[in-house]
Design a protein around this ligand. Sequence first.
Ligand code: IPE
Ligand code: IPE
Ligand code: MG
Length: 250
Amino acid sequence: MKGKLESLVDKNNLPAHIVIIMDGNGRWAKQKDLDRISGHREGMKSVRAVVNGAKELGVKNITLYAFSAQNWKRPKVEVDALMELLKHFLEKETEKLIENGIRLNAIGRLWELPQEVYKVLVNTIEKTSKCKEGTLTLALSYGGREEIIDAFKEMMSHGNIAGEDINQTNFSKFLYTSDLPEPDLLIRTSGEMRLSNFMLWQLAYTEIYVTKTLWPNFRKRHLIKAILNYQKRERRFGLTGEQVKKREVI
Ligand code: IPE
Ligand code: IPE
Ligand code: MG
């Protein structure tokens, strides 16, 4: 059944792509006097809630920042636990993703993942590759600067593009996100006002929503609140408010 909050969502103005910096697992655990790993485990429930919630709301693309290129520097026990949780999530959720018609995608330096995690990831990506209802992208061993460097290297070695011909359209084809729409809405949980090396290229005109809610407490209603807030914004893309109103736009 649709709740009251959900009925307020304008289905004609849904973000085509929501990206989320899932932050605050450690702080959630600390509040409860638990170890950080319990926070990460609890955070997996929020991942499920958001993936299912997005599907119910009709949001076609969700990208979750799950592990940054810089997160490798965390204590080994924490990194190992995060990798184990990821593997477990993929093994457990593959059937559910297929049932819901959700294709799994991944961005980042995936080759840096432990081999057994990489294998399970590729397996889920392959098994869900024909799903058409929506796409869930996991950013793993991901960094925005790393992505731009990787794209540039790719373009230099395979692009066959002369320096003077480089433009935003042909360069962005080499980014990990080349088959995804531009993100309309960025959500960051736990209140931090920074990008932490996430989608530095793609976020150029993305609407930003930061909530104090810690990631393990984040549920569908929080997603709806973020969307309702997004729907009140005026996106200008550098134009004047008057131009936007007259729809001289985009
Ligand atoms: C986000 O929660 C999960 C990852 C970065 C992998 P944190 O672990 O960063 O939680 P805080 O920021 O310490 O609360
Ligand atoms: C960003 O969170 C990375 C992920 C959510 C995976 P961090 O907790 O690593 O970011 P900082 O260190 O607070 O900037
Ligand atoms: Mg954090």
